[in-house]
Design a protein around this ligand. Structure first.
Ligand code: HEM
Length: 263
C-alpha cells in the first residue's frame, strides 16, 4: 500500500512526483545511516567483489583447499565480532542491531570446519596476518567504541544475506558437495526472507542515535571493514599462490594447483 502525500512547499514538482511513487523502503531519507553507509562503501564493495578470490568464487572455480582456508579466517572474524557484540549487547549503539538468534554465524562455521577438517579442526586452523589485524580491530572497538560495531556487523551480515546467498549455491557446485553438509555458513534458519530481514536491519540501524562525530566514525569504520575483508582475501590469495609455487617447483601435484599440504 503506497502512502499518500500532501505536497509540501519544500519539494520541487519533480521531487514531489518522485516521492509520491516511492515505496516505503524507497522513502528512506538520504540522511539515514543505512543509506549513507551503502553510499560511502559503494566503491569498496566493487573492489571486494573484484578481488581475485571473489572472482574465482563467482566463476565457480574455488577449490576445496582455498575454501577451507577462507573458512578458517571467517571463523576468527566471526568469533571476534560475535564476542564483542555479545559483550556489548546492552550498549545503545548495539542493542537495536543485536540479532544473535537470526544472524550468529560462529556455530555454523564450526560445524563446517568439523565437516572439512574432522573433529580436531581446532588444531588445524590457519590464521593469516591480515585476519589477525581485522580481529584485533574488532576487539579494540568492542572495548573502546562499541558504537562502531554496527559498521562491522553491517558489512558482514548484510553481505552474507545478499551476495553470500548466491555464493553458497556456487560453492556447493564448485566443490562437488553432494548435500548441504559443509555449507551451514550460508544458511540462516532464523531468517525466512533475507530481503525483509535486511529492511528490518536497516530500520534498526537508522534508529541508533549517534552524534555527528560518532556517525562519521561509523561511516569511516564501514570503509575500514570492507578494506579489512579485501586484505584478508588478498592475504589468502598470496598464501595459496606461495603454496602452489612450491608445489610446482618440487612436486608431482603441480598441474592440479593442489594445495593439499595445507591442513
Ligand atoms: C549487498 C553481491 C561480496 C558486503 C550485495 C548485493 C549483491 C551483492 C547483489 C545486493 C545489492 C542490493 O541489494 O542493492 C556480492 C557479490 C560478492 C559480494 C557477488 C562477491 C562475490 C561482498 C563482500 C562484502 C559484501 C566481500 C563485505 C565483506 C555487502 C553488503 C551489502 C551487500 C554489506 C548490503 C548493501 C546494502 O544494502 O546496504 N552484495 N557481494 N559483499 N554486500 Fe555484497
Amino acid at each position: 500500500q503506497r502512502p499518500t502525500y500532501q505536497r509540501t512547499s519544500s519539494l520541487t514538482e519533480q521531487q514531489w512526483r518522485q516521492k509520491k511513487t516511492q515505496t516505503p523502503a524507497e522513502q528512506m531519507a538520504d540522511s539515514d545511516l543505512s543509506e549513507q553507509i551503502k553510499k560511502v562503501t559503494k566503491d569498496n564493495h566493487i573492489r571486494a567483489e573484484n578481488t581475485h578470490l571473489m572472482l574465482i568464487f563467482q566463476r565457480g572455480q574455488i577449490t576445496l583447499p582455498q575454501y577451507k582456508l577462507l573458512l578458517c579466517s571467517l571463523h576468527e572474524i566471526y568469533q571476534a565480532l560475535e564476542e564483542e557484540l555479545d559483550r556489548n549487547s546492552n550498549h545503545p549503539g548495539v542493542a537495536p542491531i543485536y540479532f544473535p538468534t537470526e544472524l550468529a554465524r560462529l556455530e555454523a562455521i564450526e560445524k563446517d570446519l568439523e565437516h572439512f577438517y574432522g573433529q580436531n579442526w581446532r588444531e588445524k586452523i590457519v590464521v593469516p596476518a591480515a585476519t589477525k589485524r581485522y580481529c584485533h580491530r574488532l576487539r579494540q572497538i568492542g572495548k573502546e567504541n562499541p558504537e562502531f560495531l554496527v559498521a562491522h556487523a553491517y558489512t558482514r551480515y548484510l553481505g552474507d544475506l545478499s551476495g553470500g546467498q548466491v555464493l553458497g549455491r556456487i560453492a556447493q557446485k564448485s566443490m562437488g558437495l553432494k548435500s548441504s553438509d559443509g555449507l551451514a555458513f550460508y544458511s540462516f534458519p532464523g531468517v525466512s526472507s533475507p530481503n525483509l530481514f535486511k529492511q528490518l536491519y536497516r530500520s534498526r540501524m537508522n534508529s541508533v542515535e549517534l552524534t555527528e562525530e560518532q556517525r562519521n566514525g561509523v561511516l569511516e569504520e564501514a570503509i575500514r571493514a570492507f578494506e579489512f575483508n579485501i586484505q584478508v582475501f588478498e592475504d589468502l590469495e598470496k598464501m595459496l599462490s606461495v603454496t602452489e609455487n612450491k608445489l610446482q617447483n618440487g612436486s608431482t601435484h603441480s598441474k592440479t594447483g593442489n594445495t593439499s599440504q595445507l591442513p
